[in-house]
Design a protein around this ligand. Structure first.
Ligand code: C2E
Ligand code: CA
Ligand code: CA
Length: 647
């Protein structure tokens, strides 16, 4: 039996088609040759049969003319007789020529007995003798006997034998024709079986593979965005008949970039694969996909998740799924902690089509991300408003509309002893035309997403250095403190650009502080580290901002050049009423001392808080208790008042 083997090499396919073509051509050629051969032979045979018929007729004519001559002895009759004899002789020679061909009529005729030729020659000689003979009667009897006897007899015999042979040949040709038809059918079937059918299977498989590859994520083998969308659409169509609800759930890893930075891209890929595996194994899902770099998605039939469109029910299942997906990952002896946010949107409750469903799920995911690590957010109208607000901010930033409305405020950092303003922190302010005041964290993070982070921060610093420049140069205040985002710090030219900018305002580097946050990310980034070292060498001092809520790890802190620790207001606000927070604050002061840094308590609002932090040895305060952030003019007035009162 033939076996069907599929070879994936398309070159092989061409070979197969080539072989099929050659077989077909060879077959056509040989059948054409056989046919034209048979045709030529049939034509020749027809001619010879014709000649032999003519010979028969001429032989009879010779006898008739000879008889005429015998009766009338007219010279004109003799003439005719000779003409006929000549003709007879000519056609005899034609038959002789034909006799050279094997299996021809002439051959049959002349080779029946070797003497046929002599016999015919003899006959011709006798016929020619008649007009020359004085008494032709005697010769005529002999002629008649020879002509209508021997010659015709032999011609007839040969013709009959030839006919029989031609008949046999015709039969054989017919059989051959049947045979060739049979072989042709067999060859075609064989080609179909061995070449065209496998080729068809191969093409079919290749097409299927191509289609499925276009819809599959190469890394995780889950559906990619295109494939996942197709599944959502198919499910939506099916749901229309069944009238049940679907839920789209998006999972997005927190700080995947950090995982890549810390552990390398191989590990990053392994993390994605492992998470993909977990997503694929979730029970009762309609489809699972990797729909972005570190974003995964599942589609759920609410009935299968016991949800009946009630959010409370499905939320429990989603939380379970999230806990499965974000379990720590063991990879090559390391444990990698993963966390992530979850965004949820339902069909048809929250959205009536694919585009809306996706958009709402993404908006919920964004909302969850903003709420902090590991949050879960289900789509609601509030999220729509948030999306709209983001877009408004984005377009104002991108159109550079912000440049005229951006401002800076200054909040003094106070030494409670003697109430001296030691320094001021620069805080960005933006009053949007329609949205009103926009929180700096909000517009700066949107700005960074649009790639405008550095540009906006540059403008903030320019305004701050410009407005505080005189007070600094005259020594009315010791220093100014600038907030710097981790993203900016990761740019290789950041330190040089900042030093250049400070120098442009003629302010000594030693009068500038840079406030940084999220040390976990910073210490793993060689460029950030390098930037801090460069600034530090130039005389700029570094403050660790938001201490107590970030990811500061003591080992990492020790590696960074830190001169000030700013304890976050979320800790400061409880120092008076919660022993645990008081303990955290005290240990922060101790840590700062160990690092050789000073401590600033942020967000001090009450006398009680002030008393407590002073009790723990904190010497600097920033908070509403003393001053709120204010415009430069107001701040400078306060500073001037302080200077003149000292003087
Ligand atoms: P931050 O650096 O921790 O700044 C201190 C924040 O605490 C300021 O909020 C300030 O107004 C507020 N604050 C100070 N004292 C008190 C108090 O007694 N009570 C309360 N409730 N709040 C107090 P603000 O101005 O809204 O800024 C928020 C954050 O935005 C800043 O936190 C900082 O991370 C960021 N930011 C502000 N301006 C800039 C900037 O120019 N560049 C960068 N990269 N970030 C900035
Ligand atoms: Ca700050
Ligand atoms: Ca802070």
């Amino acid at each position: 039996m033939f076996s069907l083997r599929l070879n994936k090499d398309p070159g092989n396919l061409w070979k197969r088609y080539g072989i099929a073509l050659v077989i077909i051509l060879a077959f056509l050629l040989s059948s054409h040759m056989i046919e034209s051969n048979a045709l030529a032979k049939a034509e020749r045979d027809a001619q010879v049969i014709d000649t032999s018929g003519k010979q028969r007729m001429l032989s009879l004519q010779i006898i008739l003319r000879a008889q005429d001559y015998v009766s009338y002895s007219h010279p004109a009759v003799a003439e005719k007789l000779y003409d006929t004899i000549d003709e007879f002789e000519q056609s005899h020679f034609k038959l002789m020529e034909d006799a050279a061909q094997e299996a021809s009529l002439g051959h049959l005729y002349l080779s029946r007995t070797p003497s046929t030729h002599e016999m015919v020659q003899n006959y011709i000689a006798i016929a020619r003798e008649i007009p020359t003979n004085d008494y032709p009667h005697a010769v005529f009897a002999e002629l008649r006997e020879k002509g209508s006897g021997e010659v015709l007899e032999r011609l007839d015999e040969a013709a009959m034998a030839f006919e029989r042979r031609v008949q046999r040949q015709a039969q054989w040709a017919q059989q051959l024709q049947h045979l060739t038809l049979l072989i042709a059918a067999a060859v075609i079937l064989l080609e179909a079986w061995l070449i065209f059918f496998p080729a068809h299977l191969l093409v079919d498989k290749t097409l299927k593979d191509l289609r499925s590859n276009a819809e599959t994520d190469a890394l995780t083998r889950l559906r990619n965005r295109a494939g996942f969308d197709l599944d959502i659409e198919a499910a939506m169509q099916a749901r229309e008949e069944e009238d049940s609800a679907l839920t789209l759930i998006l999972f997005d890893l927190d700080d995947f970039k950090g995982i890549n930075d810390r552990h390398g891209h191989m590990t990053g890929d392994a993390v994605l694969r492992r998470i993909g595996h977990r997503v694929a194994r979730l029970k009762n899902i309609l489809s699972a996909g990797r729909v972005g770099g570190d974003e995964f998605a599942i589609l759920v039939d609410n009935k299968q998740w016991n949800a009946d469109a009630h959010l409370a029910d499905i939320a429990a299942d989603i939380t379970t799924a999230r806990d499965i997906i974000y379990r720590p990952i063991n990879y090559q002896g390391r444990v990698i902690q993963v966390s992530g946010s979850v965004g949820v949107s339902r069909y048809p409750v929250d959205a009536e089509n694919l585009a809306d469903l996706r958009r709402n799920a993404s908006a919920s995911l964004l909302d969850a991300k903003r709420s902090g690590r590991g949050s879960l957010s289900v789509y609601n109208n509030r999220i729509d408003e948030a999306v709209l607000r983001r877009r408004t901010i984005q377009s104002s930033l991108l159109s550079r509309e912000y440049q005229n409305t951006l401002a800076v405020h200054f909040q003094p950092i106070v030494q409670p002893e003697g109430q001296v303003i030691k320094s001021v922190e620069v805080l960005a302010r933006w009053h949007h035309e329609t949205l009103g005041p926009v929180n700096p964290m909000e517009f700066l993070s949107i700005g960074r997403e649009c790639g405008l982070g550095q540009e906006i921060e540059y403008q903030i610093r320019s305004m701050a250095l410009d407005q505080m420049g005189p007070a600094l140069r005259q020594g009315w205040i010791e220093s100014v403190s600038l907030n710097v985002s981790p993203v900016d710090l990761a740019a290789s030219d950041f330190a040089d650009a900042l030093l250049k900018q400070i120098a442009e305002y003629n302010i000594p580097f030693s009068q500038v502080w840079v406030e940084i946050t999220e040390t976990e990310r910073l210490s793993s980034m060689a460029i950030a580290h390098q930037n801090l070292q460069t600034l530090c060498l130039a005389g700029v001092r570094i403050a660790l901002d938001d201490y107590g809520v970030g990811y500061s790890n003591i080992h990492r802190l020790a590696k960074l050049p830190i001169h000030r620790v700013k304890v976050d207001k979320s800790i400061v606000e409880h120092v008076g009423d919660n022993k645990k927070y008081a303990g955290v604050f005290r240990s922060s002061v101790q840590l700062a001392r160990a690092l050789g840094a000073e401590v600033v308590a942020e967000g001090v609002e009450t006398q009680e808080q002030l008393t407590e932090i002073q009790r723990f040895g904190c010497k600097y305060v920033q908070g509403y208790f003393y001053y709120k952030p204010m415009p430069a003019a107001e701040c400078l007035e306060i500073i001037r008042g302080q200077v003149s009162s000292v003087a």
